[in-house]
Design a binder for this molecule. Structure first.
Ligand SMILES: *[C@@H]1O[C@H](CO)[C@@H](O)[C@H](O)[C@H]1NC(C)=O
Ligand SMILES: *[C@@H]1O[C@H](CO)[C@@H](O)[C@H](O)[C@H]1NC(C)=O
Length: 317
């Protein structure tokens, strides 16, 4: 009888312990660092058209920050009418496959001293750095033992035209330069994800390319999961599982698309109301969207790398 009770108590003790052990298992969650995001954004949020003082400052800031976060940095200065500089950070250089995330850091010329282009694309650039910061310890550790995948962040220059553009026409000097000079072999880029125009109210995101529809769905599922876990700010849903594969608009990814690199355009369905005006500033940003996008992107990159194996291909072969 006593033996039975002892066994019973021991068993219960074991169950309770296992239960708490499970609870204490480190979740694969990486906390926000909004202080870092805000500081990063404020370093970028200034007029930064090619050739200006602000442009030089932002270029140097990006390089410094990438280095600080553990990336190998690459600064590609080139002349195409005027001088431009692409900025790149690579983790696991020499990998046969890269997950590449990009934004453009230049602003349009001739739009005045107060034109800071918050959604176009200061927020996107700050998001990339914030992702690398919040995943930092994981990224630095995981790439010590991985031969299958590397991470690349590219900050393109010369996205905008040198003259005032009217209806969304672009210069794409930086992305053209990249695909022509191949600082990384294009065939090693598993997927190129271009972020732009993020951070305004009422944004929704659709899939624009069949080859990367699975990644779009992954973003939507991550958003659902984060909401269910209570990790999201109160906001409307950002990712919609909608195949808008016949429609997209020109951005840096077009250069890569032309070269057969699988692309994803992480861009809202509609242009921000303040787009190309001096009101595209910090005041008019929509913070729940930014906070939630940061959380989604972070988990996306983590899952992409965690679940990656040697046989991932979006090239349809
Ligand atoms: C970041 O900036 C936003 C907008 O100014 C503000 O609402 C938020 O509290 C800031 N976050 C931190 C951690 O300072
Ligand atoms: C966003 O959508 C809401 C509800 O549909 C609307 O009231 C608001 O004016 C919209 N805001 C912007 C900036 O488009």
């Amino acid at each position: 009888m006593i033996a039975k009770v002892v066994v019973g108590v021991c068993f219960a003790y074991l169950v309770v312990n296992l239960f708490f052990l499970r609870l204490q298992e480190p979740t694969k969650d990486f906390p926000d660092d909004e202080e870092h995001f805000n500081a990063t954004l404020s370093n970028i949020l200034k007029p930064r058209s090619p050739g200006s003082k602000g442009h030089d400052e932002v270029r140097d800031f990006l390089l410094l920050e990438l280095k600080r976060l553990g990336f190998d940095t690459h600064r590609d200065e080139f002349v195409d009418e005027i001088t431009f500089t692409n900025v790149m950070g690579v983790m696991n250089l020499g990998s046969p496959n890269y997950l590449m995330l990009t934004c453009h850091y230049d602003t349009q010329r001739k739009r005045g001293d107060n034109f800071v282009a918050a959604t176009d694309a200061a927020v996107s650039c700050a998001m990339l750095l914030n992702m690398a910061k919040t995943l930092g310890p994981y990224l630095r550790e995981v790439f010590k033992n991985r031969g299958d995948i590397g991470l690349v962040l590219v900050f393109f220059d010369g996205h905008d035209l040198l003259e005032l553009s009217v209806d969304g026409e672009n210069g794409l000097y930086g992305s053209r330069r990249f695909t022509e000079s191949e600082p990384l072999p294009l065939e090693n880029i598993e997927v190129m994800i271009a972020l732009n125009l993020i951070g305004a109210p009422n944004q929704s995101f659709r899939s624009h390319h069949e080859s990367t529809f699975s990644l779009h769905k992954m973003m939507a599922e991550i958003e659902e999961a984060l909401i269910a876990e209570g990790h999201m700010q109160k906001n409307h849903k950002l990712f919609h599982i909608v195949q808008d594969h016949n429609r997209d608009f020109e951005d840096d990814h077009y250069q890569f698309l032309n070269e057969g690199v699988p692309v994803m355009h992480l861009v809202p369905h509609t242009y921000p109301k303040v787009w190309n005006t001096v009101d595209d500033n910090a005041e008019n940003l929509h913070w729940p969207t930014i906070q939630n996008m940061n959380a989604i992107l972070r988990r996306f990159v983590h899952q992409y790398i965690e679940n990656h194996d040697d046989y991932v291909s979006f090239r349809g072969d």
